[in-house]
Ligand binder design. Structure first.
Ligand code: FE2
Length: 154
C-alpha cells in the first residue's frame, strides 16, 4: 500500500473508533431511556445509534476501497444512568468527534484525497448537528426545569 494511502487508512480507523463508540453508547442509552419509559427521548436515541452506525459504515466502505484493514475498536465510555447524565455524555461525544474530525479533514485535503474528504465532511456535519441538538436539550432543561423536561419525554 502506498504511504499516503496507508496514512489515510490509519486516520479512517481512528475516526471509526469514534463512530462505533458513539453508536454503542447511544444504543446503551436508548435501552436505559426505554426502560425508564422516556419514550420520546428513547426513540431519538435509537435513531442516533443507527445514524452513528451509518457514519461508521461510510468509513468502513472507504477503508475497504483503499484496500486497508478495518479495525473494529471501541473506546470505553460510561453511558450515564439518568437523562441529564445521558445528554451530557452525548454532548461530550459529539464535541470530541468534531475536534478529531477537524484536523482529519485538513489532512485528507492536504493529501488531495477528495473522495475521503467528502465522506468526512458529511460525518462532520452530523457532529455539528449533534453538538447543537444536545446543547438545545440541556438548555431546555435549564429553562423549563428537569421535572418539566422529563414530563415532556414520556
Ligand atoms: Fe457520527
Amino acid at each position: 500500500m502506498a504511504k499516503k494511502i496507508s496514512a489515510i487508512v490509519t486516520l479512517l480507523n481512528k475516526l471509526l473508533v469514534i463512530e462505533l463508540t458513539a453508536s454503542d453508547v447511544y444504543w446503551q442509552q436508548y435501552s436505559t431511556l426505554k426502560d425508564l419509559r422516556y419514550r420520546r427521548l428513547a426513540k431519538h436515541r435509537k435513531g442516533d445509534a443507527k445514524e452513528e452506525r451509518g457514519h461508521a459504515q461510510r468509513l468502513i466502505d472507504r477503508i475497504l476501497q483503499l484496500d486497508g484493514d478495518v479495525q473494529f475498536e471501541r473506546a470505553t465510555v460510561d453511558p450515564g444512568m439518568d437523562v441529564a447524565a445521558i445528554l451530557r455524555v452525548g454532548l461530550k461525544l459529539e464535541i470530541q468527534a468534531r475536534e478529531v474530525y477537524t484536523p482529519a479533514l485538513a489532512e485528507v485535503m492536504a493529501a488531495g484525497d477528495h473522495v475521503t474528504r467528502d465522506i468526512l465532511a458529511e460525518n462532520q456535519l452530523a457532529n455539528e448537528e449533534g453538538v447543537h441538538w444536545h446543547e438545545q436539550q440541556l438548555r431546555l432543561i435549564e429553562q423549563m426545569s428537569l421535572a418539566n423536561f422529563l414530563q415532556a419525554q414520556l
